[in-house]
Design a protein around this ligand. Structure first.
Ligand code: PAF
Length: 293
């Protein structure tokens, strides 16, 4: 495994792999602090592609003022050790200056999918995500790029970006990986105390309650949202930021859930840590277990 810090070297290594060796490349973009969620992406990349590149880059442009950019967990040594066990070929770990050279002034904005839910709570977040993903895709030119369904809106933004700007990469979205408690695995779980970890499981419990109510015939999005709100707010350490029930493709608000796949997305603070989670009602099952596209 080679660790590459320079964009130019990454580009030329990837070009050689494609042109001279005629091999497929899988890219797993991450911000490091790797966990089981990332590793599920790496495993799938390893299964599907000849060469696996994992990028580790804490992207400043997707953090708002007062967010946790400075404190975001960084441990490249630990991440490297983990990835060695997974037979990863390259880690692309550039510096901020390498991705955003002096005078950088070009940003990518996916209009219409970036402003609501996470975008409303974190203005500019998806502009930062779309911009860095564009740079990563252009640098590595992978055949496949892998992302997690936990960031459901991010997955949609990236799919749209790739379609609209005609990137020659297939986007693979893989299911949420959870702790035994149901808590969705996230790098930000590292901020939680043991007590908070236990409390954070309330987010998934609330989603399950809504899912069960839906199975029993509840079709009103308002009542399902209320159920989630009261469940989360019954936990003293939790404070709901939003619950949104929307179309899975357009993120338009849904009032009644009929047959179409419908996203329930939740963001909540557990203590000072903001966590997100989601589930899909009327999910279209894929044979390979991947989340619906
Ligand atoms: O999901 C993440 O970790 C980040 O948003 C991503 C896609 C690596 C872009 O910085």
């Amino acid at each position: 495994m080679e660790i590459i810090n320079r964009r130019q070297r990454m580009t030329s290594v990837a070009r050689k792999i494609r042109r001279e060796q005629d091999k497929t490349i899988g890219l797993v973009p991450t911000m490091g602090a790797l966990h089981e969620g990332h590793l599920s992406l790496v495993r799938e990349a390893r299964r599907m592609c000849d060469v696996v590149v994992v990028s580790v880059f804490v992207n400043p442009t997707q953090f708002g003022p007062g967010e946790d950019f400075e404190h975001y967990p960084r441990d490249l040594t630990k991440d490297t050790a983990l990835l060695t066990d997974y037979n990863v070929d390259y880690i692309f770990a550039p510096t901020v200056e390498e991705i955003y050279p002096r005078g950088f002034s070009t940003y990518v904005n996916v209009e219409g999918l970036s402003e609501q839910l996470e975008g409303a709570s974190r203005p500019g977040h998806f502009r930062g995500v779309a911009t860095v993903v564009t740079i990563l895709l252009n640098t590595v030119r992978p055949d496949f790029a892998f992302f997690g369904q936990k960031d459901a809106q991010q997955a949609l933004v990236i799919r749209r970006l790739v379609r609209d700007l005609a990137f020659d990469a297939e986007i693979v979205i893989l299911p949420i990986v959870r702790e035994d408690s149901g808590l969705a695995i996230s790098s930000r779980n590292l901020y939680l105390t043991n007590d908070e970890q236990q409390s954070a499981a309330v987010i998934h419990r609330a989603l399950i309650k809504a899912k069960n109510a839906f199975k029993e015939g509840e079709r009103s999005a308002g009542r399902l949202a209320d159920l989630i709100r009261t469940t989360v707010e019954a936990e003293p350490r939790a404070r709901l930021d939003y619950v949104a029930i929307t179309d899975t493709e357009t993120l338009e608000k849904v009032d009644r859930i009929e047959e179409k796949p419908t996203l329930i997305a939740v963001a909540a603070y557990i203590g000072k840590t903001r966590l997100i989670d989601n589930t899909i009602l009327n999910k279209v099952k894929k044979k390979d277990g991947a989340a619906p596209q």
